[in-house]
Design a protein around this ligand. Structure first.
Ligand SMILES: [Zn+2]
Length: 426
C-alpha cells in the first residue's frame, strides 16, 4: 500500500485492547490462531468470489521494553538487553564493537531458546537466559512464521524524539542566567514557518512538548544556537567539564561543539525520515548516525551507553529491510492510541472495551459511507453522506480528533496550559 494511504486512519484496524495489567498472551491467542490458518492459505468468499488468501505477520512495532518482550529478549536493564544484538550494556555506544558478529540471528536464538527449554530448574533457565540476554519463555508471536529480530525493529520516531528531548534538557541546563535570556530572545525572534503551531517555551515548558514539537524544534535549534551562543552563556563549571570532555585548549570551542551536536541531530533526522532511499543515501544515513553517536557521547556524559543512542547501530539494517525507516514508524499508531485514550473519559467505564469498539465501528461506518461506500442491506447508496462529502470535499479528508496540547499565545503569556479538542485537516 502506498505511504499516503498507509497513513490514513481508515486503513488502520483496531482488533482490541489489552487492559493495563492484562495478559497479552491470552488476549492475542485467538488472533494468532487465525493467522496460523492464514499462513497455510485459506479460501475466502470476498464480494461473491472465492479467493485464495495467504497472510502472515509483517512487522511488530512497540515501545522499547515491550518490543523486547515480544522478541523474547530481556529488557534494557539486563547486561544483554538489545533485541537486535548481544552487545553488553557497558558498550552500548562503543563504536569499536563488531555489530555484525554480535547481531542476533533467528537461527542462533532458536538454538539458545532450545538450551533454555532443555533445563528443568527455573534457576538454571534464568542463568542461561541472562547469559544470552533472553527471556526464559519465548514470545507467543513465535508460534507464527517470523524473524523475531528483523521483524521487531526499533522505532525511529520514538528514538529520535527521545534523544532530542534529552539533548534539549541537557542544553538548557548548561545555560547561565544570561544564556537563558539570550536563548529565549533569539528563539522568539527566529522566523518560523507560518504553518507551525505555536511552540511553548523550550526552557520552562518543554515537558508539555509533543513528540512532533521536539522534531520541529530540532530543525531550528542549530540556527538559534548559532546566532547567540557564546562562552558567557554557559555556566562556568559546565564549560570546564565539556572542555575537558572534548579535550580542547580553547574554551570558545565548547559552544561550537554544542551547536555541532544539534547540527548532527538535525541532519540525521532529515535523512532518517526520508521517503526515498538510494544506495548513496543508505551510506549517508549510516554516516550521519555514526557522527551523531560520536559527538553526543563526546560532549555529554549522559549519552554514553544510552540504550536509545545504541539504536543508531541498527537503523541502517531496519532501513534496508523495510526500504525506509518511516515505513515502520509508529506516528499513526500513536495517534490512534491518543484518540482512544481521549475516548475512555466519555465511556461508562464499566465495559470500556465494548464501548470503545462500538464507537470505533461507528466512526468506521461513517467514514466508509462518506467515501462513497454502500451498505448492502439497503438498495440505495447513502446519498446523504456522499453529497455531504461533495458539499465540502476537504472536510472529511484524513481527519482525526486530538487533544490540543499546544499552547496559544495567550496560554503561553499566562503560563497556563490549553486543553481543547481540535479537528485537524491534513
Ligand atoms: Zn543492539
Amino acid at each position: 500500500m502506498p505511504a499516503h494511504m498507509r497513513k490514513q486512519l481508515k486503513n488502520h484496524f483496531v482488533i482490541g485492547f489489552v487492559p493495563f495489567g492484562g495478559n497479552f498472551d491470552e488476549f492475542i491467542q485467538p488472533f494468532i490462531n487465525e493467522l496460523k490458518e492464514f499462513e497455510k492459505g485459506k479460501i475466502m468468499n470476498i464480494q461473491g468470489r472465492d479467493v485464495w488468501v495467504v497472510a502472515g505477520l509483517g512487522v511488530v512495532t512497540a515501545d522499547l521494553p515491550q518490543g523486547n518482550d515480544l522478541s523474547g529478549v530481556l529488557r534494557h536493564g539486563a547486561t544483554k538487553g538489545c533485541r537486535t544484538c548481544t552487545v553488553e550494556k557497558y558498550s552500548y555506544t562503543d563504536n569499536s564493537a563488531d555489530i555484525i558478529r554480535l547481531s542476533r540471528y533467528k537461527q542462533c536464538t532458536d538454538l539458545d531458546f532450545s538450551l533454555i527449554a532443555a533445563e528443568s530448574s527455573i534457576t538454571r533457565k534464568k542463568q542461561i537466559g541472562s547469559e544470552f540476554g533472553l527471556r526464559i519463555k519465548q514470545s507467543i508471536l513465535d508460534e507464527l512464521q517470523r524473524e523475531r529480530h528483523l521483524q521487531t525493529p526499533q522505532d525511529i520516531y520514538h528514538a529520535t524524539a527521545g534523544k532530542i528531548k534529552r539533548l534539549l534538557r541537557l542544553t538548557c541546563e548548561l545555560f547561565s542566567h544570561e544564556g537563558e535570556n539570550a536563548f529565549i530572545r533569539t528563539w522568539k525572534a527566529l522566523e518560523k514557518p507560518k504553518k507551525w503551531a505555536y511552540l511553548p517555551n523550550p526552557i520552562s515548558h518543554h515537558e508539555s512538548f509533543m513528540m512532533s514539537d521536539y522534531l520541529r524544534l530540532a530543525m531550528i535549534m542549530p540556527f538559534i544556537l548559532h546566532r547567540f551562543l557564546k562562552v558567557i552563556h554557559i555556566k562556568s563549571d559546565n564549560l570546564a567539564l565539556i572542555q575537558q570532555r572534548i579535550n580542547v585548549q580553547r574554551n570558545d570551542l565548547v559552544p561550537k561543539y554544542i551547536v555541532k551536536c544539534w547540527v548532527c541531530v538535525a541532519q540525521t533526522m532529515k535523512i532518517a525520515f526520508d521517503r526515498h532511499f538510494t544506495n548513496e543515501k543508505y551510506i549517508e544515513l549510516q554516516r550521519c548516525l555514526d557522527a551523531k553517536m560520536n559527538i553526543l557521547t563526546q560532549v555529554f556524559e549522559e549519552f554514553v551507553n544510552l540504550p536509545n543512542l545504541h539504536l543508531n547501530f541498527h537503523f541502517l539494517l531496519h532501513a534496508r529491510t523495510y526500504a525506509t525507516l518511516s515505513n515502520t514508524q509508529v506516528g499513526i499508531k500513536e495517534m490512534i492510541h491518543r484518540i482512544f485514550k481521549s475516548m475512555v473519559l466519555k465511556t461508562n467505564r464499566k465495559t470500556v472495551e465494548l464501548d470503545l469498539i462500538k464507537r470505533y465501528n461507528t466512526i468506521f461506518a461513517i467514514r466508509h459511507l462518506i467515501d462513497g461506500g454502500t451498505d448492502r442491506r439497503f438498495s440505495r447508496s447513502s446519498n446523504g453522506f456522499t453529497s455531504l462529502q461533495k458539499s465540502d470535499k476537504s472536510l472529511f479528508t484524513n481527519w482525526y480528533v486530538t487533544e490540543d496540547n499546544s499552547f496559544s499565545q495567550d496560554d503561553y503569556e499566562n503560563e497556563t496550559g490549553g486543553n481543547k479538542v481540535a479537528i485537524i485537516l491534513l
